[in-house]
Structure formats: C-alpha cells, structure tokens
Design a protein around this ligand. Structure first.
Ligand SMILES: CCCCCCC[C@H](O)CC(=O)SCCNC(=O)CCNC(=O)[C@H](O)C(C)(C)COP(=O)([O-])OP(=O)([O-])OC[C@H]1O[C@@H](n2cnc3c(N)ncnc32)[C@H](O)[C@@H]1OP(=O)([O-])[O-]
Length: 719
C-alpha cells in the first residue's frame, strides 16, 4: 500500500506502507502507479517526493512473492514511468534503500538520503541481479568500476559513501522527508532531461575490457559455482557496451535464467531460514517470544587457547567488559599479545579504536566472581571441564550463567557439577571465533529458557547467527560431520585419493574438501577423541580386527597418520604434504599414495574406480541421513536450523541452500533409494541405513521442506 498527501501546497508526497521494510509487494506497486498518476494529473502539484513509512525507504522487491504467480503492476514499467514523469520526483531515503528499493530511487530524478541510511543492490545474495533496471542505471550514474563492485558483492554502502560515488545528491542529518520536500519545491521548474539516468551514456575507463576480464576471473574464482555473480558481471558489461534498451533486454534475459535457477530458490530459502532460526523453540514448549533474556554486562572467558582468544575478541569488540583467565603464565602472556594484535587489526579494518581496555586478564579463577556470564574454553577433556565447572559454581554469583564452548561433550554432565544447573548451556563457537558467524547454543535437559534466551541474545549482540540445539554427542554440526568424514575415509580404502575426493567436494561448492579441511584443523584433534573413546588403538593386535569396531566398519587411516606424527598443516604433513609446517599450500604426497596402496594390500582391499557421483552421494547423503535422525530426535527444531549451521559453520555452499534443502532439491525418494543401495553394499555402515523420518517423509509424498515440521511432529509423537 501507499499513501498520498499534498504538502506545502505543491508537493505530492507518496509514502510506501508495507511493514516491516516497505517491500515492493503487488499492493505497494499498485499504490505507487495510482498515486503517481494522481500527482501528475493534479495541476497544483509541481513536484513529487517518494518516501517510506517508519523511517525505512524500501527493502526491495517482496521476496515472498518470488515463489508464486506474480500479480500487480510490474516493477520495470513502473520505474520507467517515474523516470519519464513530466514533474520532478525526489526519493527521500531513510533507513535503507536496497535492491528494488534503490532501483526505484534510481528511477527518481533526485535522491536525498539521511546520513544514517544505507543503500545497496544485494540481489546477488538472493541468486538474482538488479533486474528492474539497476544493472543498467547504476553504471551510468556512478561508473562501471564502482557499479561492478556494488552489484557483484551486494554490499550495503553508507550514505557518505553513496554521496562520494554520486549515487545520492545530498545527505542530511535532519528530517529527510522535510528536506526532500523543500528540495522538490526548489527544483520544481528545472528541466528534467539530464536527470533521467537511462539517457546518460555509460562512461567507461579506457581499459574497460581488461577490467571486465579481471572481475570475471575473480568472480569465477570466488563464486564456488554460484551463477548470479557471473550474470551480474554480464549485465554490467551489457550496460557498458550496449544502448540502454538493448542493455535492458540483456538484463531481462539474464534475470529470467537466474529466476528459474534452483540457486535463486535455494538462496531465497536461506534468506528466510536465517531469520527463522531466531524464532527458536525447545521440546519443553519454551520459545523465543515467551522467554526473556537477562542482560549481560560483564562476561568471562576461561582458557585462552585459540578458541578462548577468539571469543574474548568477539566479546570485547561488541563492547562487553571481559575477564580473560588463563592459569598458565606463559600461555597468558602469549594470549595477551595475540588478543591485542587481533583487536588492533580488527579496529584498523573498521576504522575504530581497539577495545583493549575492555579486557582484564587474570591467572586466577577467583577473578570471575562478579561476572554475569562465563564461557569456559579449556581443553576438550571432560574431567578438566567438570573441575572448572565445580570451581565456577563455587566462585561465581548464584545468578551467573555458566556456558561451555565444548564442541560436542555432554552439557548435562557439566550442569550436574553446579549449584544451578538450569543456568548452564553450551555456547559452541567455530574457529576463528571472532570471525565465524555461527554459534550453536546447546540446551541440556536442565537448561532453563532464561539461559537459552540469554545466550541467544548474547550471540546476536556479538554478531553471530545463533542456533538453539539439543544436547547430544557433537550437537548438530559435528554429529553430521562424523558420517561425512567416515565415508571419505572408506572411499580412500576402496580406491579413491584425497585429491579426488576433495576435488569433487570443492566442485560441489565447499570452500575446502574434507581432507584439506582436516589438515587445516589438525588430525590430532579427532585422534585424541577417538583414543579417549577407545576407538583408536595404537596397538592393532588387541584382539579386534583393525577395520571393525563395536560391530561396525571402522577406518583407522586417520589414526595411522597421527601415529606417524602427520597432524596436517601444522606439522607440514597430513593427507597432503606442505613446503614447511604451517604452510597452507597443499600438494599431493607420493608417500601417502604408497601408504594407501600398502594399506589396501595388507587388508586385501581391491581398489576399484570410484566416480564423482559415488563420492558425492556417499559423503553427502550419509550426512543428510544423520540430519534426518537429528530432526527425528528433536535435537534441531527444523531443517532450517541444520541448513544455517552447515552454511555458516561448515562452508556448505549457500547457493545450494544447506544439506536438508539440497536433499529436497535432489528429491527425497532419490536420496532414500541411493542410501538403500549403498547400505546394501555396506551393511556394516549403520550411517548409510535410511532413517525412519526420511522413509516417513517419502511415504507422505515428499512434501516441500516448509511442511516437514508437520511430519516430524507426527513421527516424534509416535516415539
Ligand atoms: C522480470 C522480473 C523483474 C523482477 C524485478 C526484481 C527487482 C529487484 O532487483 C529484486 C529485489 O529487490 S530482491 C530484494 C532485494 N532486497 C534485499 O535483499 C533486502 C533483504 N532484506 C535485508 O537485507 C534485511 O531484512 C534488512 C536490511 C532490510 C533489514 O534487516 P533487519 O532490520 O535485521 O531485519 P530482518 O529480520 O532482516 O527483516 C525483518 C523482516 O522483514 C522481512 N524482509 C526483509 N526484506 C524483505 C523483502 N525484501 N521482502 C520480503 N520480506 C522482507 C524479513 O523476512 C523479516 O521478516 P520476519 O517475518 O520478521 O522474519
């Protein structure tokens, strides 16, 4: 909807009204078309201002409309009509002008922005391009290099930056609509021809061909298979090389291809999934909207290894006072230096002062007595963590929330060490903790909604996407990683190489294949856990066959590498070889290939040809199957939670929506059929056995992912 008022006698003011972000829904577009006609037909009206209600100009096209049949007046002719209007039209930009919202403003003859406004063309993040003339008008207004930057990255720019680009004509600290109305009065009689951006030539630098080539190469390198960034470059190239009308035709063609691509659907699903995880719920019925968080002013971090340092930086950068505790003197000195460096580098990038004074360091756990919340980040050892929780419970105020950064240990066991187990939750950060967006907030059977709400809010304040999950070994992310890693090892046993498996996964869109990722994280981490679990056995003559544990197939390949001191990048050897310890350039290692040959010979394994499809299906479907088990067990509330965790924590390619969305895209019946096939071939691998929920969903006709929760509810109620 849109509202019309006449202000100052001669200005027609059109206000977009569609909360929360005044998206250009069919009703809003209809409102704009009707009210523009009215303003143009009223003789008293000499100029027009378009603004949005509640201090927000416009968040762009209504993404909810994309999935269905489009109705109402189309955006492109609507914007053309505004540009062609015989009276000056001024956009009064407050809050945001994004996507179609900025394209609407580019159709206006003038743009006035509030100094706190942000503008941008983020369509690429939704698998699209600015398809309402934005790809053709923006380069004509601000030049090809700046337009390429904005359109291919989708980044939002501040009003000050927009002014520098010439994207807005004026910025103000005052009431933007009032300023725009006065401006509109001043320009009422000015000629408009030069203000119609579509008539401008597209000014190109002399080396424009080289520029496009460079940008295209960069985009292809970083897109990880996403097609929208490439289409964005092609659309801007059309603006630079074709007359406006032909450029618009090219924009339309490219947009049509993107619109119908699975990638746009995946990215739009993911846009809503990211927001859905904020509306968390627990099996007890506690929910985000009925559970109030308690404010946290002062926090503490216990243990200043890699994770503790990152968490301290994340907290301090967000303005929290932090008590950072490390009991080892040498570690403490090293941590202080590292944290200061991280804060200084981050502050330099953001152009702010480093938050060094937010942190108090200490060697004694007593120094956390008065904090509101503690995040324990000591070594991943249950006995040690239990001891720390006992100490914290004795030292801290009774109201202090006690959180653990464990990546998979039992939260309940830690809660049992404390006076107030209801105040204990997991806060599982991902390395590097000040950079990675994901936070798993883990509730145990005793965790209160208050503790979950507080941890979720803290996560939001430090810029994380927080997902509330239940307590089980590995929680959601690492639990699903286990069958994925396991399949990758089995594939090596059966004839594949680490390079081939990684290549397939990287072509799929992962930033790193499973073996390169393991080398980066350190092979010894998992090895220590397997040793503690009694799975990795240094002496293979202990009675059990080496490739079988507890009746299941087991690959000791990772353990054997660790026994050789091959821990990955940090030792210069792992699944790959590196020039020196710490180097990041992975090279195939002939030693490893002979080692695999010998291993296969020792175990009478005959290497067979493993193709692309088998690698993908076995690695991904076993992981997805575990995802369905997680949903069945109530560890994740819905598929969106899993997908958000995988995109933000495990570099799952966003344009594929996340593992559960991918399963829906492939077809649940196909996933089921392939799992059945592989389980038949490998009956000693339980992770390949299709789970009950997957079967149930297929039996229910494979409903769309948005309907899975209904089936999940039914399955859980029958358990
Ligand atoms: C030939 C075909 C021609 C086609 C023409 C194409 C035109 C054009 O180029 C395409 C576009 O504009 S593509 C669009 C380009 N635009 C973009 O990509 C902008 C996308 N939006 C954003 O980046 C952020 O939402 C803001 C920065 C706007 C606000 O951030 P914040 O303050 O943290 O708040 P928040 O929590 O994020 O959102 C609050 C609520 O608003 C909801 N919602 C938001 N935008 C929506 C939309 N466009 N729509 C619908 N809903 C939208 C959001 O879901 C949430 O709902 P919930 O039910 O409460 O969960």
């Amino acid at each position: 909807m849109a509202q019309y008022t006449r202000v100052s006698g001669s200005v027609g003011l059109i206000t977009l009204q569609s909360p929360p972000v005044n998206a250009l829904s069919a009703a809003v577009r209809q409102g704009i078309v009707d009210l523009m006609q009215r303003a143009l037909s009223e003789p008293e009206v000499k100029s027009v201002v378009i603004c949005g209600q509640n201090g927000i100009f416009c968040g762009g096209a209504d993404i909810k409309e994309f999935g269905g049949q489009m109705s109402g007046p189309p955006l492109i002719p609507m914007i053309h009509a505004i540009e062609a209007a015989s009276k000056p039209v001024v956009a009064a930009i407050e809050g945001i002008a994004l996507g179609g919202g900025l394209e609407l403003a580019l159709g206006c003859h003038y743009r006035i922005a509030h100094s706190k406004a942000r503008v941008g063309l983020p369509e690429v993040t939704l698998g699209l391009l600015p398809g309402a003339g934005g790809s053709q008008r923006l380069p004509r207004l601000i030049g090809v290099p700046a337009a390429l930057d904005l359109i291919t990255t989708g980044r939002h720019v501040t009003a000050a930056e927009a002014l520098k680009f010439g994207l807005v004509d004026q910025i103000t600290d005052h009431n933007t609509v009032n300023v725009a109305v006065k401006f509109a009065q001043r320009v009422a009689d000015q000629p408009l021809d030069a203000r119609r951006i579509s008539t401008h030539p597209c000014l190109c630098p002399s080396d424009v061909a080289v520029l496009f080539e460079e940008v295209m190469q960069r985009v292809r390198r970083t897109a990880r298979g996403a097609i929208a960034p490439i289409a964005c470059v092609q659309a801007v190239r059309a603006a630079a090389t074709l007359p406006y009308n032909q450029g618009m035709e090219r924009e339309r063609e490219l947009m049509a291809t993107l619109f119908t691509s699975g990638q746009a659907r995946a990215l739009q699903y993911f846009f809503f999934a990211q927001r859905a995880v904020g509306r968390w719920s627990m099996p007890s019925g506690a929910r985000w909207d009925t559970s109030k968080p308690r404010p946290v002013h002062k926090a503490a971090v216990i243990g200043l290894g890699t994770m503790g340092r990152g968490i301290t930086v994340a907290l301090a950068q967000a303005g929290f006072s932090v008590v950072a505790v490390e009991t080892q003197e040498k570690q403490l000195m090293e941590a202080k230096q590292a944290i200061s460096g991280m804060l200084e580098r981050g502050a330099k990038r953001r152009g702010v002062a480093p938050a060094l004074d937010k942190i108090n360091y200490g060697r004694n756990i007593q120094s956390v007595a008065d904090v509101d919340l503690v995040i324990e980040a000591v070594f991943e050892d249950m006995a040690l963590k239990k001891k720390v929780f006992q100490q914290l419970s004795a030292v801290c105020k009774p109201s202090t929330f006690l959180c653990s950064n464990t990546s998979g240990l039992d939260i309940d066991q830690l809660a049992c060490q404390t006076r107030n187990p209801e105040l204990v939750v997991g806060m599982h950060f991902f390395a590097p903790a000040h950079v990675m967006k994901l936070l798993e907030v883990v509730y145990g059977p005793k965790s209160s909604p208050l503790a979950v709400a507080t941890a979720m809010q803290l996560g939001k304040k430090i810029g994380k996407v927080s997902v509330a999950v239940g307590n089980c070994r590995g929680f959601v992310g690492n639990r699903m990683l286990k069958p994925y890693l396991e399949q990758a090892l089995f594939l090596l046993e059966e004839g594949a190489t680490p390079e081939f498996v990684d290549q397939v996964l990287e072509e799929f869109g992962f930033a790193m294949g499973v073996f390169r990722m393991s080398d980066l994280s350190g092979l010894d981490v998992g090895w220590k856990v397997r040793l503690a679990d009694g799975l990795a056995m240094p002496d293979p003559t202990m009675g059990q066959p080496t490739r079988l544990r507890q009746g299941r197939r087991y690959s000791p390949l990772g353990d054997l590498l660790c026994e050789q001191g091959r821990f990955g990048q940090k030792t210069g050897r792992g699944w790959y070889q590196y020039d020196k310890p710490g180097s990041q350039v992975a090279k195939p290692d002939p030693w490893l290939h002979s080692f695999l040959d010998e291993y296969r010979a020792r175990h009478a394994l005959v290497a067979h040809r493993i193709d692309h499809q088998e690698v993908l299906e076995r690695c991904l479907y076993s992981m997805i199957n575990e995802g369905f088990r997680i949903l069945e067990d109530g560890i994740a509330a819905g598929p969106e939670d899993i997908d958000v965790i995988y995109v933000f924590g495990y570099s799952w390619p966003r344009h594929r929506g996340g593992p559960m969305f991918y399963a829906a895209t492939v077809g649940l019946n196909k996933v089921l059929e392939r799992l059945e096939h592989y389980y038949q071939a490998h009956p000693d691998v339980p992770s390949l056995q299709p789970c009950h929920l997957l079967r149930k969903l297929v039996a229910s006709g494979s409903p769309p992912i948005q309907k899975w929760r209904e089936v999940i509810k039914k399955v859980r109620s029958q358990l």
